[in-house]
Design a protein around this ligand. Structure first.
Ligand SMILES: [Fe+2]
Ligand SMILES: [Fe+2]
Length: 325
């Protein structure tokens, strides 16, 4: 595992950094089901010391783990197609099944997926990494700076019996840890920014993706969006969009992840309406009450099929795809 840092980074305004543009982006939700039962998850967090606890030292209910993972396919202006994964879920066995169901297993094994992009270190986005490494042990991994030593040990084949985290396949490829403070260009039209913040259960930093799509505007893609969806949209408008135009939003928006929508969440949902997104495909920790409020407000939501473990057809769920561009 070779650690590199940073890649393609340039200081300052993303517009001046010359992100370029792509033609279109198709995203398939491999799994948005982070865990099966929220009550059991909250009990585990509480027993582990609450939000200020440590995910690596918390005893998680193994039967409750699933995971978040999406497949991103970018079509370049010259028609060339490139693929990468955003996150790799929590339970490696569950993820292996999701990879089979979505065809990601064959793509990984044949080298058709360029890299694994890890939004952040949380259990439900990262601890399923063995499912990826079993099929592609030398895949390049792109993670935010701030990954803890435990996270690097997991990539190196470590196990943490108390928490249930473990990986039997050592990562043999390149690891890029992207620092905050600049927009990193991953390929033409595709950038990543690291938001340096302390997140619940001892995690530091989350990175999000920005796609400049020809003729449309900027698409923002998130894992959990712990930095807040309004901060994400502000960043995209300020640092990425050449004309301030935002076009799409995909991923977990962390508005009502564990239950009913509170006043702050309602304000966030209303705030999203100010940015003029033309297409919103949210799932995972967005929370169904937040999605229902967006639907009631007439936001341009992309629905799904509500199957394979996803709870509602109001949002883009497991096995569903959306194209931006
Ligand atoms: Fe999550
Ligand atoms: Fe998270």
């Amino acid at each position: 595992m070779a650690v590199n840092s940073p890649v393609g980074g340039r200081r300052g305004n993303g517009r001046r950094a010359g992100l370029g543009a792509c033609k279109s982006v198709t995203i398939t939700c491999v799994s948005e089901t982070g865990w099966h039962d929220t009550g059991r998850l909250l009990d585990d967090i509480e027993a582990g010391g609450g939000p200020g606890g440590d995910q690596w030292r918390t005893e998680w209910d193994a039967g409750n783990s699933a995971g978040s993972c999406s497949l991103v396919e970018v079509v370049a202006r010259n028609g060339r197609r490139r693929r990468f994964l955003v996150d790799c879920g929590w339970n490696a066995q569950y993820m292996a099944e999701r990879f089979r169901a979505s065809g990601v297993d064959r793509m990984l094994a044949s080298g058709a997926i360029d890299f694994l992009y890890l939004s952040h270190e949380h259990f439900d986005h990262f601890w399923g990494v063995e499912a990826v490494l079993r099929l592609a042990p030398a895949i390049r991994i792109v993670a935010p700076a701030g990954f803890r030593p435990e996270a690097l040990q997991l990539l190196g084949g470590g196990s943490f019996p108390r928490s249930g985290a473990g990986n039997a396949v050592r990562h043999q490829g390149r690891l890029d840890l992207l620092p905050a403070g600049r927009l990193h260009r991953l390929m033409a039209g595709v950038g990543s920014a690291t938001f340096d913040l302390s997140i619940l259960m001892g995690v530091q930093g989350e990175q999000s993706l920005f796609f400049s799509i020809e003729g449309k505007g900027v698409l923002c893609v998130t894992g959990c969006c712990h930095q807040g969806v309004l901060s994400l949209a502000d960043y995209a408008r300020r640092e990425v969009a050449s004309d301030g135009r935002l076009y799409g939003l995909y991923g977990g928006l962390h508005i009502s992840p564990f239950g009913p929508l509170k006043a702050e969440g309602e304000a966030t949902v209303r705030g999203i309406g100010e940015y003029g997104f033309a297409k919103i495909a949210c799932n995972h920790c967005t929370g169904l009450p937040a999605v229902e409020m967006m639907a009631a407000l007439g936001y341009p939501l992309v629905g799904g099929s509500g199957r394979e473990g996803s709870k509602s057809a109001l949002y883009l769920g497991n096995g569903d795809s959306v194209t931006f561009g």
